[in-house]
Design a protein around this ligand. Structure first.
Ligand code: SF4
Length: 286
């Protein structure tokens, strides 16, 4: 598959990638934060509302495209190191069922995958975005191509949000559901995942109940997530019915016995009132 090959090559090439720049992204900021930024750069507060519209409604990809913002403000933004925080599409492939995989080329030339899954839900069209939270993954589950490729870095919050925007633009349709289930383990990058979750909910108006956070289980993180009391489903990738088999499929499970994982799942339900779902990958042996 060209997409998978490109991902593998990119992960291998990551050592040669240029260092991250210190540029800051407008994407991910709230309207009050953008208003404050405008004021800090010598503009009136309403200019911040214009930035908000440009980033989230008009979907401008570069500060230079901010048509109705004064040139002096655009220059001040760029001069202070701000960019929109959008990455170009490097490659996209669509399967016969309409599922589309998109590779975004990040600022440091690394590639990240996001998947759009269109579904007709009894006459109502739905579009699910399966977003990545890391470039690569350090957990090395036995069946997973991402894990085999190694870990490059955590994504920033806006780099998760922009995956949803890329899918909306590809499908020309609003994303109705988001699953944090792409490349990487979301619980190993919880801060950015929570930032993205908040931005998707507040700025892009995707309901918390329409979002699912998936994990293979990382000790001490489910309780942390539960404390935020999100109205989102927790999906636990179990992959095996007992600890012995699970450890062979998910090596990181050695540090997180099933009993402890199940206790944390129960507590997640008790604290949030949201259901926990369990997922298996069906594996066959020759
Ligand atoms: S946690 Fe997810 S992305 Fe990471 S190796 Fe396991 S299945 Fe792959």
């Amino acid at each position: 598959v060209p997409l998978a090959r490109a991902l593998r090559l990119r992960t291998r090439a990551s050592a040669a990638a240029p260092p991250e720049t210190s540029r800051r992204a407008l994407l991910g900021l709230t309207e009050p934060e953008l208003r404050q930024l405008a004021v800090d750069l010598g503009q009136q507060s309403y200019r911040g509302k214009q930035l908000h519209d440009l980033v989230y409604k008009n979907r401008a990809k570069q500060v230079e495209e901010f048509a109705y913002v004064p040139k002096v403000f655009r220059e001040a933004l760029v001069g202070a190191g701000w960019n929109v925080g959008r990455s170009p599409v490097h490659h996209a492939v669509t399967a016969t069922d309409g599922t589309t995989k998109i590779l975004l080329k990040l600022e440091d030339n690394r590639l990240v995958e996001t998947v759009g899954i269109p579904v007709d839900d009894r006459g109502t069209p739905r579009l699910t975005a399966c977003v990545s939270s890391q470039v690569g993954c350090p957990l090395r589950c036995s069946f997973c191509a991402t894990g085999k490729g190694g870990f490059a870095r955590n994504l920033k919050g806006h780099e998760i949000v922009e995956q949803v925007l890329a899918i909306e633009e590809s499908f020309k349709h609003r994303v109705t559901n988001v699953v944090f289930m792409g490349m990487g383990e979301p619980m190993l990058n919880l801060k950015a995942v929570l930032e993205a979750h908040q931005c998707l909910n507040k700025e892009l108006k995707i309901g918390q109940r329409m979002m699912t956070i998936s994990t293979v289980g990382v000790p001490n993180t489910i309780s942390k997530l539960a404390s935020h009391k999100l109205q989102s489903t927790l999906a636990v990738s179990l992959h095996a019915p007992n600890q012995r088999l699970r450890e062979t499929i998910v090596p990181s499970a050695k540090a997180y016995p099933l009993e402890a994982l199940m206790d944390d799942c129960k507590n997640y339900f008790l604290e949030t009132g949201r259901r926990v779902s369990f997922e298996y990958t069906l594996l066959g042996w020759d």
